[in-house]
Design a protein around this ligand. Structure first.
Ligand SMILES: [Zn+2]
Length: 521
């Protein structure tokens, strides 16, 4: 045997379960085994190490005994190649399956082959895109692929191949000439419609509304990926999808690569590459939109709303959230005024019904007003909530301390009784049965008393904390009260405020040291 020849110690992985339904015949263990063994026989460099059979285990998760045994053998370096008949044999949960193929196997230098799907993770060719898997994977998966793979892909992009996971919305990949984009009739009509509406002067929210009410399929819906039931509201159009489509030069027939991905159904994981990292190759496929329309649409965009700059003047910028969906509110400047909105709601009101649009300066003013009011109440009104609360807490602590002392006395008595009972038993002054009886009674008492003690100790701690919080509040309010509104801008609001939530015309302020307060507009 030549030294240079890599020898693969092959693990055959076979799996069958009820979820294979009608395919039970073609998917039978015997059939899987035969296909894989034929394959190994044709490849000299492959030597069968072992076969791992999970008969009766679902592919929905990886909680399978034989699979786990195989992983142990991989980790013990007994196996450096895994073969399955097809991808579904490895798993039906695409995300987890992909993580094995894209992460675990490469990390362990394991070559993985799914014969019928023509997947081989050691080969990086355009023909070898893990189409069934990649079609459901997003950026996260792209990020995980090795640098070498990325480099090859980049080179291919420069050659004009559409080498990435899925075709952009409006196109499909030519299966006879993979890497090349061809127009997908149905979704390309949606793209055309979006540009047409924009050209007619529709705003993005109006376009969203139009697409929704006319039941146009969304990009996520269009992918219609099996096994991805967790895509939330995939049939709902989002402003961001429309914006992305309107800005994508792929519709002009150019190939824009180097960007993480075009279609994303998991927006929070999206990663973007800086603009100058994009590669644009012109005229690689048939355009859907004319240059003229594209430019026209982008002139309209120029007059759209302008994002407020990242000024530090927005005192509560880091504190305002949507009460309904929990997302941070966005700041937008419109005609010299700054408004706060819920981004989710502006994407599509079906996703969050918080249609708040409040002038931010008004919010600041109202909160300052409230702080002043709080200060007055605190320092000028002896019967204020805080003062009453303080008095109440102080007397509660006093009561609890007394209680604690008497319970500690009880405990000492019980312990004394237990000790003397034990001595009685040692000197045979009491029978075993009676001893046990009395001991049990006393130990139950001891347990109860000990529990009560720790509970009261905790209550005392809590109340002391409340008192110190009240004192802290006093200190901060004193500090705040001496400041004018302009000085307040330099004040660290985090000392005073935990969070501000907005719902329509209501503002909920959560202070660091008291209950939440609601301000209505
Ligand atoms: Zn919201």
């Amino acid at each position: 045997m030549s030294n240079k020849q890599v020898v693969y110690n092959v693990a055959i992985y076979l799996r069958l379960s009820k979820d294979d339904g009608d395919n039970i015949e073609s998917e039978s263990i015997t059939n899987q085994r035969k296909i894989i063994k034929d394959y190994i026989n044709k490849h000299q460099e492959m030597k069968l190490y072992n076969e791992y059979v999970d008969d009766g285990y679902s592919g929905a998760n990886f909680n399978r005994p034989a699979f786990n045994k195989m992983l142990r053998d991989i980790e013990a370096k007994k196996v450096n190649m895994v073969i399955t008949k097809n991808l579904a044999r490895l798993g039906r949960n695409y995300i987890e399956t992909g993580s094995y193929i894209e992460k675990y196997f490469p990390d362990h230098r394991v070559r993985y082959i799914a014969i019928l799907d023509r997947v081989d993770n050691f080969k990086d060719s355009v023909n070898n895109d893990f189409i069934p898997i990649k079609s459901v994977f997003n950026e996260k998966h792209c990020r995980d692929t090795s640098v070498a793979v990325k480099k090859t892909k980049r080179r291919k992009m420069q050659e004009g191949f559409y080498a990435c996971t899925t075709a952009p919305f409006g196109y499909k990949k030519d299966l006879d000439n993979s890497g090349k984009l061809i127009i997908d009739e149905e979704s390309s009509n949606t793209v055309k419609k979006i540009f047409e509406l924009k050209e007619q002067g529709y705003t993005t929210p109006q376009i969203v509304k139009y697409l929704d009410s006319n039941h146009y399929k969304t990009p996520a819906e269009y992918l219609n990926i099996k096994g991805l039931e967790n895509v939330k509201d995939k049939n709902v159009w989002r402003r961001s999808s429309v914006t992305r489509i309107l800005g994508n030069k792929v519709y002009l027939g150019h190939c824009i690569r180097g960007k993480s991905q075009n279609i994303s159904y998991k927006s929070k994981d999206r990663i973007y590459v800086k603009r100058n990292d994009f590669i644009i190759i012109e005229n690689t496929h048939e355009p859907i939109i004319s240059e003229e329309t594209f430019n026209k649409v982008h002139n309209i965009n120029k007059y759209g709303t302008i994002q407020a700059h990242n000024g530090t003047n927005y005192l509560f910028r880091d504190f305002v959230y949507c009460k309904n969906c929990g997302k941070k509110l966005i700041f937008k400047k419109e005609r010299k005024k700054v408004y706060i909105y819920c981004r989710t709601n502006s994407e599509n009101s079906k996703l969050c019904n918080n249609g708040c649009k409040i002038n931010y300066e008004q919010v600041e003013d109202r909160i300052f007003e409230f702080i002043v009011h709080m200060y007055k109440e605190y320092f000028e009104n002896s019967k204020s909530k805080d003062n009453l609360y303080k008095k109440y807490t102080e007397s509660t602590i006093k009561e609890e301390v007394n209680n604690l002392e008497s319970l500690k006395g009880d405990l000492r008595k019980i312990n004394f009784k237990i000790t003397s009972l034990y001595n009685q038993r040692l000197s045979d002054n009491i029978k075993e049965v009676d001893y046990k009886d009395r001991y049990n009674t006393l130990s139950v008492q001891r347990k109860d008393t000990t529990e009560k003690i720790s509970q009261i100790e905790k209550e005392i701690e809590d109340n002391k904390l409340k008192l110190s919080t009240l004192n802290q509040k006093k200190i901060i309010l004193k500090k705040v009260s001496k400041l004018e509104k302009d000085d307040l801008k330099k004040f660290n609001m985090g000392e005073l405020i935990k969070k501000i939530e907005v719902f329509e015309r209501e503002i909920y302020i959560y202070f660091n040291f008291s209950d939440s307060e609601i301000i209505k507009f």
